[in-house]
Design a protein around this ligand. Structure first.
Ligand code: CTP
Length: 319
């Protein structure tokens, strides 16, 4: 009871099917989609057995003191020191405490959003979650601008802000954060070693410029708990992507979850090329072993959930 009923063989062969047939098996209807509220409640209840998003969305100040040494979640041999800056930016209480919404949007970063004209629809949701500090202003017609919760992998500093080498990179970053106002900025700082310098720079800029963003740093158990939930439902995902993490968290706060920008395939259903990201020229990596994610498998799962009315997946035009 309560399982997603994805049979083991179906899931195991999915990557092969995707490679063979491209994305054509993922046709799904948006017109006659209807929410299945009892399934939504059941999924929330089941996910709550693994994690409580209200708590696991961020560690809080009382969890650490400056100078504490912690082990990286996915790299247990390496350690990180909790700096004064980091400690001062930890929230006193969960930034998601007691927050509930009728409808939420989780916006992935696929190029499928280009020309979608989904901006208005995305912004009409009560709570909008975005990933990796993706730019919005230049793409507002397709992606909207409302950003209540936005994630930022430490690698974004290098990828989108020149590693803060120049003053202009830092200014661009501060400007981007200042547009967020008091939205939640979610930084997975404890996952893997490599980004600690970047996280420190980000923290220092937030403090120096007295930015109002509400910083959050996911708990040490979040990723294991999310993986555990999906594994129990026969979806073997070692490293859930940011987008899947956000959907999983959102089930706690949102009655109706709408996904946009999820399309991890280089072509659309008509064979037209689709960029990996709507805003840059990053190439597809997940068919190689270079990427830790299994986005096509995740997509297949989300598609099943769409067809069962647990969430709504939009991959076409909104108007
Ligand atoms: N996504 C997608 N299809 C794409 C690109 C992204 O479905 N072509 C979804 C994924 O769920 C992804 C989310 O949108 O997690 C945000 O995109 P991105 O910033 O690329 O996410 P990351 O998970 O950080 O990916 P990576 O670790 O490869 O940077």
């Amino acid at each position: 009871e309560g399982e997603l009923c994805l049979s083991r063989s179906l899931v195991n062969s999915s990557d092969k099917i995707i490679r063979k047939t491209g994305s054509s098996i993922f046709q799904h209807s948006v017109e006659d989609w209807k929410i299945n509220s009892s399934l939504v409640l059941e999924i929330r209840k089941n996910i709550l057995r693994f994690l409580d998003a209200e708590r696991d969305v961020s560690v809080v100040k009382s969890s650490f003191k400056p100078g504490d040494v912690i082990h990286y979640v996915l790299d247990r041999r390496r350690t990180l020191n909790i700096s004064h800056d980091l400690h001062s930016l930890l929230p006193e209480v969960s930034p998601m405490k007691n927050r509930r919404f009728k409808t939420c949007a989780v916006v992935g970063n696929s190029g499928i959003l280009l020309d979608s004209e989904c901006g208005k629809e995305i912004d009409s949701h009560n709570f909008v979650i975005r990933c990796n500090l993706a730019p919005v202003v230049e793409f507002a017609a397709d992606v909207g601008t409302k950003s209540d919760f936005i994630t930022m992998n430490p690698s974004v500093v290098q990828r989108a802000f020149g590693g803060f080498r120049n003053e202009s990179d830092r200014e661009k970053f501060v400007h981007r954060l200042s547009m967020l106002n008091d939205s939640v900025l979610w930084i997975p700082a404890f996952m893997v070693k490599g980004g600690e310098k970047h996280v420190e720079w980000v923290n220092a800029l937030i403090l120096k410029n007295k930015l109002k963003v509400r910083t959050a740093y996911p708990s040490l158990r979040l990723i294991h708990a999310v993986r555990g939930y999906w594994l129990t439902n026969k979806v073997p995902i070692k490293r859930p992507s940011t987008g899947l993490l956000m959907y999983t968290l959102a089930t706690r706060f949102c009655d109706e979850i709408h996904l946009y920008g999820f399309w991890p395939f280089p072509k659309d259903l008509n064979g037209k090329a689709v960029k990996y990201h709507y805003y840059d020229d990053l190439k597809y990596r997940y068919f190689s072993n270079a990427s830790p994610h299994r986005m096509p498998l995740e997509f297949k799962t989300l598609n099943v959930l769409h067809n069962r009315g647990a969430l709504k997946l939009t991959t076409g035009k909104c108007v």
